[in-house]
Design a binder for this molecule. Structure first.
Ligand code: FMN
Length: 200
């Protein structure tokens, strides 16, 4: 069996599926799905958004957004939010029945049904790699995690309880992430003859 070439395509797959929460001009909550997102530093996240998104306008105006991990239980609602624009359906969040939380730490809403959320302040908007996109950088002011997905001592996330969804760039299908395989810096020990540790 050989390898087949599929040409020029940014084929990073899977990518996490995230829900971006913002406020419209009149204060109604809006949300869209984003998968072209990365961790920029331990405190900064990066979203690559089309300029045409209502979310992009909202972030420019309110200088804030939230980023939540999409979970299996909420997938159908989030898929809907990633399908229609708040420009055409301003009450799309209300239609999902999501419980809107206005924390006030940043000027953006999040949703009780999604258990892991970062509240971000706009750091900067850089030009995108094409004429139709922008790169949005946000400083995470706080990450909150619902108690239902914390570990037994309540000190951190229990990934086994989360059921986060990822998106496959090739099939356009959603998948669940789940099986625990082991801890970083331990599975590769057999090759680490010098005993190097994580370093900055
Ligand atoms: C799985 C999935 C991933 C998406 N990823 C992105 C993305 O990374 N950037 C983007 O601009 N749009 C992305 N979209 C499209 C937006 O979510 C969609 O256009 C949404 O309706 C925009 O809503 P808004 O105009 O209310 O902001 C994605 C949609 C889906 C379903």
């Amino acid at each position: 069996m050989g390898r087949i070439n599929f040409g020029q395509r940014a084929g990073i797959s899977p990518t996490p599926m995230l829900l971006i929460g913002t406020y419209n001009e009149d204060g109604t909550p809006n949300a869209m799905v984003a998968t072209w997102c990365v961790t920029a530093t331990w405190e900064v996240v990066e979203l690559n958004l089309y300029k045409s998104r209502k979310t992009t306008d909202n972030i420019m105006k309110r200088k804030a957004f939230t980023v939540s991990c999409v979970t299996r239980e909420c997938l159908d609602k989030c898929d809907y939010l990633g399908t229609v624009s708040g420009r055409k359906v301003p009450d799309k969040v209300e239609r999902t029945g999501f419980t809107v939380i206005k924390n006030g730490l940043v000027d953006a809403p999040y949703f009780a049904e999604l258990p892991v959320t970062m509240e971000c302040e706009l750091l900067r908007i850089d030009p995108g790699e094409d004429d139709i996109s922008v790169r949005v950088l946000g400083t995470v002011k706080n990450v909150s995690i619902d108690e239902s997905v914390l570990n037994a001592n309540g000190k951190t996330l229990d990934f086994d309880k989360l059921y986060p969804v990822c998106w496959d760039n090739f099939s356009n299908d959603y998948f669940i992430i789940g099986e625990r395989l082991g801890r970083w810096f331990t599975l590769g020990k057999a090759y680490n003859h010098e005993g190097f540790h994580y370093e900055v």
